[in-house]
Ligand binder design. Structure first.
Ligand code: NAD
Length: 256
């Protein structure tokens, strides 16, 4: 059980981050939810997790595109035994037409935020004598696709940073690993289905199977519960010697 531990999950008012927060809470960890929005719904999500699981849950606003916000999130969390760097955005365009501000935002939110949160969290983990860094990379941290230069650069970057953090903490009771999901049916992905149906004049089933899951041999989406379960596993005693590596949850994508 993760009872008594605190998990900080960046970008966790939706999708995979929220799924991970739920599974951490079900495993007994107190959780800190985060996004840049600070709406009533965000605080309500934290109350719902606390009510349903009995752990302490709190929402903290912080913009992961800003280094000072990233560090302030870890300070305001108090304890940070488990750090899940999950916040991420996407933009799709050929590299010669890729908007500079999109490149900068993707590198800041998907990669540099994890540098700041990890730098702020490691001293707390060292003081507590235990720590887990779980970075949400992607199948695109290990392989590429066209038109996603910034995302793929950031995700390969976070896989590399994960290995470095693992080496810097190798002799301590701290591990650092990256989870590499394939396609997960989050609100972000769901929102792309109607446009893609129109673009290719395809049914929903054809878009899912032949466009989205074209490279996912299982032909099934991974779920946010499965991602949460994988993150909880990385925090278990069984995973104490797993560090500096990636776990793919991608239905066979990277086996192709
Ligand atoms: P999502 O859009 O549902 O969630 C993204 C989260 O990041 C939201 O909670 C959002 O509030 C937060 N966020 C965005 N910008 C932020 C900012 N500036 N500051 C703080 N929070 C911010 O998307 P998701 O699919 O759940 O993605 C979560 C992570 O999983 C991302 O890193 C993404 O790259 C990765 N991932 C997703 C898939 C997939 O198929 N959905 C696959 C592989 C990897």
């Amino acid at each position: 059980s993760l009872s008594g531990k605190t998990a900080v999950v960046t970008g966790s008012n939706s999708g995979i981050g929220l799924g991970i927060a739920w599974e951490m809470a079900r495993a007994g960890a107190n959780v800190i939810l985060n996004s840049f929005t600070d709406r009533d719904e965000d605080h309500a999500l934290a109350r719902e997790i606390a009510d349903q699981t009995g752990v302490e849950a709190r929402y903290i606003r912080a913009d992961m595109s800003r280094g000072d916000d990233c560090r302030a999130l870890i300070e305001q969390a108090g304890s940070c035994d488990i750090l899940v760097n999950n916040a991420g955005i996407q933009h799709v365009a050929p590299i010669d037409q890729f908007p500079v501000e999109k490149w900068d935002a993707i590198i800041a939110i998907n990669l540099t935020s994890a540098f700041h949160t990890t730098a702020a969290a490691l001293p707390k983990m060292r003081a507590a004598g235990w720590g887990r860094v779980v970075n949400i990379a992607s199948a695109h941290g290990l392989t590429a696709s066209p038109y996603k230069s910034a995302y793929i650069a950031a995700k390969h970057g976070i896989v590399g940073m994960t290995k470095t953090v693992a080496l810097e903490t190798a002799e301590e009771p701290i591990t650092a690993n990256a989870i590499c999901p394939g396609y997960v049916l989050t609100p972000l992905v769901e929102a792309q289905i109607p446009d893609t149906m129109k673009e290719y004049d395809m049914s929903r089933d054809d878009v899912v199977r032949n466009v989205m899951l074209a490279r996912q041999p299982s032909k099934e989406f991974a779920t946010v519960e499965q991602l949460g379960g994988t993150a909880v596993f990385l925090c278990s005693d069984a995973a104490a010697q797993i560090t500096g590596t990636t776990i793919s949850v991608d239905g066979g994508w990277t086996a192709l």
